[in-house]
Design a protein around this ligand. Structure first.
Ligand SMILES: [Zn+2]
Length: 538
């Protein structure tokens, strides 16, 4: 049954959205960013080296202010320490005053690399068991707290050192226990206490890296540290998914971690942070879109100096075209309860050979609800081996299956379940084979029965190839993102009662397009251009 009037309605909506985006671009991004600061702030970092090389003259500061304004940046972090280098106090104070005069919010930042004694592991990382290194850390925070009321810690506040001193200090504890205890204690004794003694107003932000499945192994204890610090920040730097240097991260990882830590941090969660390394224009802006869709209140562009080089300028140019729509996107998702398939990762849980499997499952058109807790009052669930961290897992799973809740488990978890549970008919097994990235090769035909079963309780039908993500925001808004380099055809079914209300609210990139045709009542066929995000309200 065709409904040409609805098709026309959708086409008209697209046209209006495009028109709105053009108007917004004509208005300066600086003015637009100031107006939208409550919905989404954009920030950047001037590293300690940028302070030395680019902000030590008024001409350099003028150029930085101009770049920020053209990029919609209204909040700058000015860094005092990185890689063993301490920025000059007068230069920091002068830059801080100039940015503040120009209408920016200004905060500080510290990157605890090359602080003192080197770790036996990653270069630039310190051995924080070493007391002189601890004292040096404290001095850096005291120095910075005297200048700034807010200090971000870049994501090197961990250790992987296994030197004799560390071996001796841990005794017969595991590395996980030793490092989590050490970093939690040093956060209190060497950072928070001393910084607050110097400046009682100071707020300290711990920025977590994007490698969430290894946090505890290197001493990031997300529950305790989130409780102790004033604010948290989230690494959403996924980069090009086929770039082996940076770990082959799927784009959905930025969304998963931002939502997961957003849930753990609540009001303390400030925003998401991504960079241009190992990206090109398409993947750079995908980081921004994932960060904003995951309800970050701020997106942080690391960093001014890096964005002036290599792929940075082209990335920023493309990002600027998307910023007006990103403000709109932030407003659409803000405060909407997430709908979908509960995908719990208990804090400090081990992924074993299924590390980051959530990120790949999210690329399969399964709308996940990233969460820290395995709950039974959910519409559908996805559980990998991480869930075994929950001592009540067996009982919880039994409760869900008794309620006929569809549950997708990985083959790794299925192997660990008692036989009666593993053979329950509400249980679906996803064959990961210890290689989460292989999930991206699942065909549309293989994915269909999994989606049909898990989405049924949500009253949504979805059929698409792999590398297409679906997001459900509340009961009246959804997004679809095509991460493929090809045009795709997608089938979408929404509740019948809302069928005639469907309207296209937003499409990115600005030259992307999504055509919707009514296939039958309640079901649409969409044609989406490559690397395109569409948001519908209904
Ligand atoms: Zn050591």
């Amino acid at each position: 049954m065709r409904q040409p009037s609805l098709r026309k309605h959708i086409a008209a909506a697209t046209f209006l959205v495009l028109l709105a985006a053009c108007n917004a671009t004509a208005q300066s991004l600086w003015d637009l960013a100031k107006q939208n600061r409550d919905a989404l702030r954009i920030s950047t970092l001037m590293t300690a080296q940028d302070v030395r090389d680019r902000l030590s003259s008024d001409k350099g500061i003028d150029e930085a202010i101009d770049w920020c304004k053209k990029t919609g940046v209204t909040h700058v972090f000015i860094e005092s320490f990185r890689d063993g280098y301490t920025a000059d106090k007068q230069a920091l104070l002068h830059a801080k005053a100039r940015f503040a005069e120009a209408g920016f919010e200004v905060s500080g930042c510290i990157t605890p690399t090359k602080v003192g004694k080197d770790s036996t592991g990653w270069t630039h990382i310190a051995c924080f068991t070493d007391v002189p290194t601890q004292k040096r850390t404290q001095e850096i925070f005291e120095y910075t707290a005297a200048i700034f009321d807010e200090i971000m810690i870049d994501d090197f506040w961990f250790t992987d050192c296994e030197c004799d001193q560390c071996q001796k200090a841990r005794g017969d504890r595991s590395w996980v226990d030793y490092r989590c205890d050490l970093m939690t204690r040093l956060s209190r004794e060497r950072i928070l206490g001393p910084a607050r003694a110097v400046n009682p107003k100071v707020k300290v932000i711990i920025k977590y890296p994007q490698w969430y499945d290894s946090f505890h192994a290197r001493g990031y204890e997300v529950v305790q540290e989130t409780a102790d610090f004033d604010r948290i920040w989230v690494g959403t730097e996924t980069r090009d998914p086929d770039n082996s240097r940076w770990g082959k991260k799927p784009q959905y990882e930025a969304y998963y971690i931002m939502r997961w830590l957003g849930g753990i941090g609540g009001a303390k969660c400030g925003g998401g942070w991504f960079d241009p390394f190992g990206t090109h224009e398409d993947t750079y802006v995908e980081q921004a879109r994932q960060t904003v869709m995951a309800e970050a209140r701020e997106m942080f562009l690391f960093c001014y100096g890096a964005l002036l080089n290599d792929t940075g300028p082209a990335n920023v140019e493309k990002l600027r075209t998307e910023i007006p729509s990103l403000f709109q996107l932030a407003k659409l998702v803000r405060g909407q309860p997430l709908k979908g398939i509960a995908a719990p990762k208990p804090p400090n849980s081990d992924g074993l050979n299924e590390q980051y499997v959530y990120d790949f499952v999210g690329m399969l058109g399964l709308p996940l609800i990233p969460t820290a807790e395995v709950r039974t009052d959910v519409k559908a669930a996805f559980l990998p081996v991480h869930a075994t961290k929950d001592p009540q897992l067996g009982d919880k799973l039994k409760t869900m299956l008794a309620a006929r809740t569809p549950v997708l488990v990985t083959d790794g978890l299925a192997k660990r379940l008692p036989a009666p549970l593993a053979s329950d008919e509400s249980l679906l097994v996803l064959k990961v084979n210890g290689k989460p990235s292989s999930l991206l090769d699942l065909t549309r035909e293989q994915l269909k029965p999994i989606r049909d079963k898990l989405l049924a309780p949500l009253d949504i039908r979805f059929d698409a190839p792999s590398r297409v993500a679906l997001y459900l925001f509340g009961d009246h808004c959804l997004a679809i993102e095509n991460f493929n380099n090809e045009t795709i055809h997608v089938s979408l079914g929404i509740p019948i009662a809302q069928f005639t209300k469907l309207k296209q609210s937003l499409v990115l990139p600005v030259n992307g397009s999504v055509a919707a045709f009514v296939h039958e009542f309640g079901q649409f066929e969409l044609t989406m251009t490559p690397r395109t995000l569409v948001v519908f309200e209904y």
